[in-house]
Design a protein. Structure first.
Lengths: 372, 372
């Protein structure tokens, strides 16, 4: 991409308003793969902060306190966006009587990044030691994910007792996430001309019980650490047949099982195999869920602080997010960030500015309460 | 295609052996669309025959007697072939101890054409008036079919009490044909993210009863004019799903019903709609079957004559052939020709020469017995 004429710089983090800071972040293009200038600007803004150690790997920047607290929290966010759709530079607009920041990244998730930067500089003596993580390549293939790279190369940088991921959650706490597994259920038969159908065995007909089991399946709702996760077992694709006069000898049903984080990926696979007992089941993809960990020591303080600011209470996260990567490291994690996730990636992506301020206020309240 | 240096000519039809004549026909390339030279040669060979009136439309040649007989038979064959696959010029070979003519067109269906030409010139006073039909464009799209064109432009040329189509049938009588109808059964639902599957309605799951009805369906075997036609109801394709994380809102099952010629196309459609009652059914294609008409006046003589030569008895034809076009004109029709239909279009297409001779002998016996 085109290098800006002058390297972008962030405003003074101690002076800038968090909404203004979000606008600046949005206006530094950082589509996945081109996060360099924004990562440079973040590193340059944090490097002089006396209470932070600043680390870098690729276009991921990590800044952390070393205050000797008994607990450490990670506050993390990705700095890349999906491609711009004529929706930059960002603007303040009024939508339905509410001030919003309009533009790419305002929801997913430079609001959350701005909140973290704002507090990283400001909270000189938080109640928890804090590791602020700004990472790259979240919006592209999972194997490029910057958080995944940090987990592999520098797991110590992510070590913590609790993690807050600033993904958009309408400024509510969305705990953990369901796991997901994709399988293909295959039926086979024997090809024949349909003019002599009795000489064949129809693989599509043989898939009737597969669809019947899906149709009859009753998905669970599972309480995990106080949040109720709804599961789902869905056919997401079906293919069979090669010509309009041929009895097909193969039919494939692709099935997506979203499972509560009380189940491991292995347990989820075993469950799907049990549902489709007697059929050929091949796992094609899968990712474990993440427990919300809301009962872990200190986490109720976070919930209480957010509730005092927003009036909300935690809800389960159904979609799969990078909280799962923390779960895999043994770190309970929640999503908590400004913006409506259904507007992420949309051409009309926009975020209420009061949600950005509410998230900053709630995190600040949590991390300052009980501080020495 | 390349025009041959000299226009091809057929040997003297009264002199030539029928197998030699088949070889000559095979060696005049006549892939669909390039039947002109062969049609010219056929017309030139028949024009001087005193007892025949010769007619032409495009590359179809029709030759008929006007002997004032009480019944008229059509003996028909298409003169085009599928593309040559290095299997010309034709050769006499021995396969499994049996002499065969090897090459494109030997089965589908220049053997049948040679038999007709051989007899057209030879039978000066057949027991039936005979219309010999040699037509183009059978191996391509149905709307190009030369027999269909004759039926539309010159239905009087095809008027008859009975028709013999020389399509390969291993020198046995294969009577009539099943009809065929293609429908698409569609289920719909409501799209949703699979992470919130309960907000959607899964159209693939909704197709479970469609497949169940197909799996449970018991196809009929129906006696029509003394031949037993087996039916079949087959899913030939199924599609649904647009992404691996989306509850699909549409699923389509394509179904092919092959039905006995006692059922009209309209009755077949009604039956399929009854099987899938409650579902959206769209007819996408269909063609009626053809009754064998083996009980029509004079036809038992044909069966008896063939049986005396070959020892065989009539069987139903399951595949759809141009006999159906005769049925649509009210002319009962059978398939009767040399060659194994499973070798049609094959690179190793070859036809036992004794089947060519048997077909010629059987037709000659039928058309001369009882002649004045």
């Amino acid at each position: 991409m085109t290098q800006p004429a002058t390297l972008p710089r962030l405003p003074d983090l101690l002076e800038a308003d968090v909404v203004d800071l979000t606008r600046v972040l949005c206006d530094i293009p950082s589509v996945s793969g081109d996060e360099g200038p924004l990562a440079d600007a973040i590193e340059a803004a944090l490097a002089p902060v006396p209470h932070l150690e600043v680390l870098r790997d690729g276009d991921a920047v990590v800044a952390r306190t070393h205050l000797g607290r008994s607990r450490r929290a990670v506050v993390a966010g990705h700095i890349d966006t999906v491609p711009v759709a004529g929706n930059l530079p960002s603007e303040l607009r009024v939508v339905d009587g509410q001030e919003v920041l309009w533009g790419r990244g305002s929801v997913d998730m430079l609001g959350g990044v701005a909140v973290a930067l704002h507090l990283a500089a400001r909270l000189t003596a938080p109640a928890w030691d804090v590791t602020w993580v700004f990472y790259d390549h979240e919006e592209v293939a999972a194997d490029l994910n910057g958080l995944g790279r940090l987990a592999e190369r520098h797991p110590d940088w992510l070590a913590a007792d609790f993690a807050v991921l600033g993904e958009p959650s309408n400024a509510g706490i969305e705990g953990g996430c369901n796991g997901t597994i994709q399988v293909v259920v295959t039926t086979t038969g024997r090809a024949a001309h349909t003019g002599r159908a009795w000489r064949g065995e129809n693989a599509i007909h043989a898939a009737a019980p597969v669809l019947a089991r899906l149709a009859e399946y009753e998905a669970r709702a599972v309480d995990v650490d106080g949040l109720v996760y709804r599961e789902g077992l869905s056919a997401v694709g079906i293919t069979g047949g090669i010509a309009t006069n041929v009895v097909p000898d193969r039919c494939e049903v692709r099935v997506n099982y979203r499972f509560a984080p009380s189940r491991s990926l292995e347990e989820a696979e075993a469950h799907v195999r049990e549902v489709f007992a007697g059929f050929d089941v091949t796992v094609v993809d899968g990712a474990p869920g993440a427990r919300p960990g809301l009962d872990r020591p200190g986490v109720p303080d976070f919930i209480a602080a957010v509730s005092r600011v927003t009036g909300g209470s935690p809800a389960p996260k159904y979609g799969w997010t990078d909280v799962s990567r923390f779960a895999a490291l043994g770190v309970p994690a929640v999503n908590f960030g400004p913006g409506d996730p259904s507007l992420a990636h949309a051409d009309d992506e926009h975020c209420p500015t009061d949600q950005i301020r509410a998230c900053a206020a709630a995190l600040e309240a949590w991390l300052t309460e009980g501080a020495p």
